[in-house]
Design a protein. Structure first.
Length: 162
């Protein structure tokens, strides 16, 4: 069973007015990266290739910085810190506006116990401008049985821990 937007909102911060939806919350763009070096996935380990932040420009003084993205693959870091509660699993789906602009957002399952600012793979099939802070994805939570909670490499990713 999927949880309602108000419940999902309680698991995320910060969440501005307008981000809460019927069945989840919208996730926003914090930073867009381009991978510049090879990564590695092996049977007993992994490494993430080096990245660089994509260039931004301000189209007007009163507007947020904007990423102009040409066709290709990019890593998007979301602006919200997510905490997947015990007894749940998280799924992230692209907002339909991305799809209507020839873009796709690929994501992975977020296990119970995960905390952090997640990332997704943005596939751009036609050039697009994306403002920092724009809503590009929706997080939904479903009740789920699970064995233990997440304690992997990406725990607390992209957030400062004390």
């Amino acid at each position: 069973m999927y949880r309602g937007g108000a419940f999902v909102r309680e698991q995320c911060e910060p969440v501005a007015d307008g981000q809460q939806q019927t069945n989840g919350i919208d996730l926003t763009v914090s930073t867009v990266y381009e991978q510049i070096d090879a990564g590695r996935v092996s049977r007993d380990g992994k490494s993430i290739g080096d990245r660089r932040e994509c260039d931004q420009e301000s189209l007007a003084d009163d507007q947020p910085p904007t990423y102009y993205l040409e066709s290709g693959g990019y890593i998007v870091q979301y602006g919200e810190t997510i905490s997947i509660p015990d007894g749940h699993i998280g799924f992230v789906y692209p907002r339909s506006t991305l799809l209507r602009n020839s873009c796709m957002l690929n994501t992975a399952v977020w296990d119970a116990g995960y905390e952090g600012k997640g990332e997704g793979l943005l596939e751009v099939h036609h050039d697009i401008e994306i403002e920092q802070g724009a809503r590009i994805a929706q997080l939904v939570l479903a009740k789920a049985n699970h064995d233990g909670t997440y304690e992997g490499t990406y725990q607390h990713e992209n957030v400062a821990t004390e």
